[in-house]
Design a protein around this ligand. Sequence first.
Ligand SMILES: C[S@@+](CC[C@H](N)C(=O)[O-])C[C@H]1O[C@@H](n2cnc3c(N)ncnc32)[C@H](O)[C@@H]1O
Length: 209
Amino acid sequence: MDSYEETHETWNRMAKLYEEVFMDLDIYNASYDQFCELIGTEEAAILEIGCGPGNITKYLSKQQPSYKILTTDVAPNMIALAQKNVPNATFKILDIRQLHTLKKLFHGVIIGFALPYISKEDTIQLFKNVYEKLYSEGILYISFVAGNYKDSGFIIGSSGDRSYFYYHHIDAITEALLSQGFIIKRHLEVPYKKRNDTTEIHTILILQK
Ligand SMILES: C[S@@+](CC[C@H](N)C(=O)[O-])C[C@H]1O[C@@H](n2cnc3c(N)ncnc32)[C@H](O)[C@@H]1O
């Protein structure tokens, strides 16, 4: 099994636990509001990638009931939870690396903390694919844990399940986005208190095509 497969299986097994801990976390809500403000259009077509139990889609559809949201994740159990949590969205099991297979265009694409589970090569390809799937002036939201790529590796949960976690260097991410043609509209850093009482900085970039 390669590291991607193992990571995807871990997420599938951890779906319920993730929902219990993160479904109602509100520390990123202000950044979702900024994403919506930049989109502007009321009946916007939105794509969420790596949706988990649907926490972001749930927030967006509450704030902007007219959005038409396609909500995707690689883990079937995450999609099942998201369907239960936000019945009015549309759902699809989709690996982030298969984005090019979607036929539609979107006014906004939101990717909350899925970048930590793809390599830098796949991240560069992702930005190319997202660019092609956005309407002119469409908005992209990404969040990730900035750090040294060399520190990436397997992390082991309390259950013994492993997932491969990628740290992405902020300069490498920024350069890949700019060379793709994106314009940076917002750069936010949100402190996140971990269970062991240390604080991790979560980086959010909101960009325009
Ligand atoms: C940390 S959770 C984030 C959930 C939610 N977006 C949030 O911000 O709270 C990461 C999610 O990315 C999904 N994921 C990991 N690798 C993926 C891939 N290759 N394609 C699509 N989703 C992936 C996992 O299944 C999981 O639901």
